[in-house]
Write a new protein. Structure first.
Lengths: 411, 416
């Protein structure tokens, strides 16, 4: 399979990371929680889940937007945009990147979205249907739509370069970063990219429950058990991560201090129609990403799994990993067992986590899994972090409907 | 290379009907019929006379899919039949990229009204929602349906950048072909969001036209009397194909996507600065990437949304990026005829640009009788113009600050 090759010298480097997660706001708070195996999953408190089959999720607690954002931005934004704006500010600060100090079109932003600002949208649809069209907010036109985080981040920080938004469900968190890499190749040297998402309102919850993939187990420690014999689906969460990606020479020129790693390979594939009996596209995506990174399976030191929690999908993933890396051929982990699946934000957070793992040469654990179902196929890192030499990490993301996205990062 | 075109548009289902409407200068704007809009400020829209059964959809598809997906599937089937690529391309090297501004808004609006008992309950009712709600929540479901039709197992996704989606998604799909990731991409944009929540949110910011007494002339780009855009709906899906792949199988090539670019204005989620700087930058970059000089342009398919703010911004952007050539190049806005279908419109505009190259006809700006004195370029009023078009620019400007441009060129250039 021929793919766009990215040689090591020109691969974009990650120079800044920002995280908003159920188990920590800020990169270091999050990373500390992850290494400690500290979970942010609990009973949903934002609204009453009585009457719904599921009531467990990963909420970001104690987040007061007024503490973080100018007062004019609060009424015009959904919660997911407020969280994204906080993550963007952190990420740019971490990268020491001030877009206004750079040439006019030098900085762009690509975010991933799943459904737009659902809580804001629910409030406005409530006004429309109960009171009438005249009661709909003048912010609704852009608070709900998919690229709202891109637009608001671009405006707040003066980023005028090539910008976009992608919507590939839970694969989007990697696809956005890959698209940002293309923008760099096409002449926008500094990019902010990733996903921050939330749909924790009754309307979003009802829609998500129709995916048929939410766990109905009421115990927060037993609801999301990827790769476990008791796997029963996943729990949704909110948050995600943003990263600053730069052309390595441009990063050097502006004197960027940090290098978390380089994005050296990516591939997206799509599964054949369900029921066709043909092999899912995940193995091909992994192989194509390795090919683009110009590394072999043996070079990968750790895999961050998609970890669906749906038994059939878990098995597919375990089989694909075993087919490429050999049975138990590489440590596999799913720190999202501590956050839930963050819609379009989850894969970006996994990517950020992978970069932190490379930085500190430690694989963060998967929690709550007590009875691994595919122990003969994958070496799942359980309960305790595992220290080992790490150079390359591979991140897997799969989206509802058949989307596969795989990214390779190098220390 | 564009080797197939499929269209669902106001006033015409199918590419042939669409082109007839545009070149006749007929308008498809009318009083909204899809729901009772009598309580709203703007009650005008360009609607598609779309009969899903006559368009070949099954009862199951009609029940399961939002109108946006139905449009996309019908247009995709036409584009595939037109190109003859179905069954010929390698599934692993075939992909789908679709754009949308509003996704499945119509179904979400309708379903919300049901499960909330018309807005009375914040705690929505689990017992009465559609089984397809998650497909409406996640618009990537539309890309999945198209992927299954063409058996695409390469890159599949959705690019959503509001009213520039249709250009940005085609540009991204063209990149995937150009860099060797795929041989064939099915790509375009779809929106069918003529629904109470959409009408209400544009009413709230007075973006849409209140010309309810004369719906047929409601969209008047570059005219002194314009007073807002007319909402529209529709879809255009194109087959993009690697040049050698198309040539080897003897496919008809309509045109080449030879350059595109997007920039952000970092200014306002809805507003535009009059200087048009960011759009001008997108135009200049797209021309550079296409290796086209401003003087080479035969036609510009405008954003022309029929708002004063846009018309001035856009006119300035042309002057800034094209210099004296801005005055010599014919420019027209087909939104005058088919309204503003949000994310879908720029894929419909790209389709029109491709057809202008194919047929050597420039569609007009309908309803342009009293030019705004500040819009002093050649906006091709009222009547189509027969003229050879080898190089066409299409532009878009949208909420979120996105400014995009794409360059289409005649296929002979690629052969040369």
């Amino acid at each position: 399979m021929s793919v766009n090759r990215r040689d090591g010298a020109s691969a974009p480097v990650v120079t800044g990371v920002g995280v908003v997660s159920p188990n920590g706001i800020g990169v270091e708070a999050y990373w500390k929680a992850v290494l400690a195996g500290s979970s942010g999953i609990g009973e949903i408190s934002r609204f009453d889940t009585d009457g719904y089959a599921s009531g467990i999720g990963g909420e970001i607690k104690g987040f007061d937007p007024a503490e973080h954002l100018p007062s004019r931005l609060v009424p015009q934004t959904d919660r997911m945009t407020r969280l994204a704006l906080v993550a963007a500010e952190q990420t740019l600060a971490d990268a020491d990147l001030d877009p206004r100090s750079l040439p006019d079109f030098a900085v762009g932003v690509v975010t991933a979205a799943s459904a737009g600002g659902m809580e804001f949208g629910q409030r406005e649809m409530e006004a429309l249907w109960s009171k009438g069209g005249a009661y709909v907010s003048s912010y609704q036109a852009f608070a709900w739509f998919y690229p709202v985080n891109t637009g608001q981040i671009s405006i707040r920080h003066g980023m005028r370069g090539a910008s976009s938004a992608v919507v590939t469900e839970q694969a989007g968190g990697l696809d956005a970063v890959a698209k940002a890499g293309r923008h760099i190749d096409q002449g926008t040297p500094h990019m902010l990219a990733g996903g921050v998402d939330s749909a924790l309102c009754p309307w979003g919850w009802l829609c998500m429950s129709r995916s048929g993939r939410l766990s109905t187990v009421a115990d927060p420690d037993r609801a999301y058990l990827p790769f476990d014999t008791d796997a029963s689906g996943h729990v949704p969460g909110e948050g995600g991560a943003l990263l600053v990606l730069e052309d390595p020479e441009a990063a050097e020129r502006r004197g960027a201090r940090k290098r978390y790693g380089a994005v050296v390979g990516h591939a997206s594939t799509f599964d054949p129609r369900p029921g066709s009996g043909r092999e899912p596209g995940l193995r091909r995506a992994i192989e194509a990403a390795l090919d683009q990174a110009r590394v072999g399976a043996g070079d990968i030191d750790v895999v961050f799994a998609d970890a669906s929690g749906v038994p059939d999908l878990d098995r597919q993933e375990a089989e694909a990993l075993a087919a490429v890396f050999g049975p138990r051929g590489v440590p596999v982990t799913a720190p999202k067992s501590m956050t839930g699946r963050l819609l379009a934000g989850g894969a970006s957070l996994d990517l950020a986590t992978a970069l932190l793992a490379l930085r500190d040469e430690v694989v963060p654990p998967t929690v709550n899994v007590t009875s691994p179902a595919y122990g003969d196929l994958i070496d799942l890192v359980l309960d305790q972090p595992r220290e080992c030499s790490l150079t390359y990490a591979l991140v897997v993301a799969r989206g509802y409907g058949g989307f596969n996205s795989v990214m390779v990062v190098r220390r | 290379m564009v080797t197939g075109i499929g269209v669902v548009a106001p006033g015409g289902i199918g590419t042939k009907q669409y082109w007839e409407l545009l070149t006749a200068g007929r308008t498809a704007t009318r009083t909204i019929s899809q729901f009772d809009a009598s309580a709203f400020r703007s009650r005008v829209a360009a609607e598609c006379d779309f009969d899903p059964v006559a368009s070949g959809l099954s009862q199951r598809e009609i029940r399961a899919w939002d109108r946006t997906t139905q449009f996309a599937v019908v247009a995709a089937r036409e584009a595939l039949a037109d190109s003859g690529v179905l069954g010929v391309s390698d599934p692993y090297r075939t992909g789908v990229m679709v754009g949308t501004a509003c996704g499945m808004t119509q179904s979400l609006d309708h379903e919300y009204a049901v499960v909330s008992d018309e807005g009375k309950k914040w705690h929505v009712d689990d017992a009465h929602g559609s089984p397809y709600l998650y497909d409406y929540f996640a618009p990537s479901s539309m890309a999945a349906e198209l992927a299954w039709i063409v058996d695409a197992q390469g890159p599949v996704g959705v690019v959503s950048t509001g009213c520039t989606s249709g250009i940005d998604v085609l540009g991204h799909a063209a990149d995937l072909v150009a860099d060797g990731t795929a041989d064939v991409m099915l790509s375009g944009a779809s929106d069918a969001a003529i629904s109470p929540i959409t009408v209400a949110c544009f009413d709230a910011i007075r973006a849409t036209t209140p010309r309810n007494d004369d719906p047929g002339t409601a969209s008047r780009p570059f005219d002194r009397t314009r007073n807002g855009f007319a909402l529209g709906e529709g879809t255009a899906i194109l087959v993009l194909e690697e040049y050698g792949h198309a040539r080897r199988r003897g496919a008809h090539v309509y045109a080449e996507i030879s350059g595109h670019a997007t920039r952000a204005n970092a200014y306002s989620m809805t507003g535009l600065r009059a200087d048009g700087r960011e759009l001008a930058e997108a135009i200049t970059t797209a021309l550079d990437r296409a290796r086209v000089n401003p003087g080479d342009l035969d036609y510009i398919n405008a954003h022309g949304s029929s708002t004063k703010q846009n018309d001035l911004h856009e006119t300035m952007a042309y002057k800034r990026s094209l210099g004296e050539h801005a005055y010599a190049t014919p420019i027209s806005s087909i939104k005058s005829m088919i309204g503003h279908s949000l994310g879908a419109i720029c894929s419909l505009e790209v389709a029109a640009s491709v057809l202008a190259i194919e047929h050597g006809v420039i569609p007009p700006t309908a309803n342009l009788h009293e030019p705004d004195p500040d819009c002093d370029l050649d906006y091709v009023p009222v009547t189509a113009r027969e003229q050879r078009c080898d190089t066409v620019l299409s532009v878009a400007s949208g909420f979120g600050g996105f400014q995009s441009a794409i360059v289409l060129t005649a296929p002979e250039r690629a052969a040369a």
